[in-house]
Design a protein. Structure first.
Length: 246
């Protein structure tokens, strides 16, 4: 949150404008559906809360039936709890306009006989959202966490297309996510064949690029995607509806 001097809390344990991130975090950490943002100036923070002209501008994703369309997350926290919102920290990646940057990961729990995916969406305006889903298809279980990572990549691309992005960059840690699509690896099972075919078809409508990230190397958003996928194992309810980010 470097560079942000004022923190406006719209929903939390306490609401208002705060001068430090620590004060803001104390108000929102652990609060379901917390809404807050960081701003460089007081007027913008007050506008976000409806206390100054321009109120309501940049207030985040629209709501449907009382729930935000995605699940905002604070980039400076170590948890991946849903319902937290924030901005990219100074020095972190921000994609070019028109491009959606997504970190994807998969997880598997043999005791639950479920696989899950986690996605971290990063927009060019600094918004960050997380989403997860899970499944228990018998044929898909054989690929364990890789099934989840494939689902996450597919979910990310479909979200980017629905949201009107012209390009999506997928950051992953399992090589097949890219190599099955490019043909560097041969798709030997029905599931990987379907994955590769779908991604190649979508490439006709949107630019899809890939970036390999080494697993468990403390890359923040990759670790966040991993934690989000693990949360999906326990709290997911199938594959969520594809929703627009804009």
């Amino acid at each position: 949150m470097a560079g942000k001097k004022f923190y406006a809390v719209k929903k939390g344990k306490a609401t208002g404008v705060f001068r430090s991130w620590e004060e803001c975090r104390a108000c929102v950490e652990g609060y379901p559906g917390a809404e807050y943002k960081g701003f460089p100036g007081l007027e913008e923070a007050e506008a976000y809360l409806g206390l100054a002209p321009g109120a309501g501008e940049g207030s985040g994703p629209e709501e449907t039936d009382g729930e935000s369309r995605m699940h905002p997350t604070e980039s400076g926290q170590t948890g991946s709890s849903r319902g937290e919102q924030g901005f990219v920290r100074e020095g972190d990646e921000v994609p070019a306009a028109g491009t959606l940057l997504v970190y994807v990961d998969g997880s598997y729990d043999d005791s639950l006989k479920k696989y899950a995916f986690g996605c971290v969406f990063i927009l060019s305006d600094g918004r960050i959202y997380t989403e997860y889903g899970n499944g228990d298809n018998v044929q898909s279980l054989r690929h364990r966490n890789v099934t989840g990572e494939m689902l996450g990549a597919m979910y990310a691309v479909k979200t980017a297309m629905l949201s009107g992005f012209t390009a999506v960059e997928l950051c992953y840690d399992y090589e097949g996510i890219e190599k099955w699509v490019t043909g560097a690896w041969r798709s030997k099972t029905e599931l990987t064949q379907k994955y590769a075919a779908a991604m190649r078809e979508w490439r006709k409508s949107i630019g899809i690029s890939f970036r390999k990230v080494a697993a468990h190397t403390n890359v923040y958003y990759n670790e966040l995607a991993d934690r989000t996928a693990k949360t999906g194992l326990r709290e997911g309810d199938g594959i969520p509806e594809i929703r627009s980010l804009v």
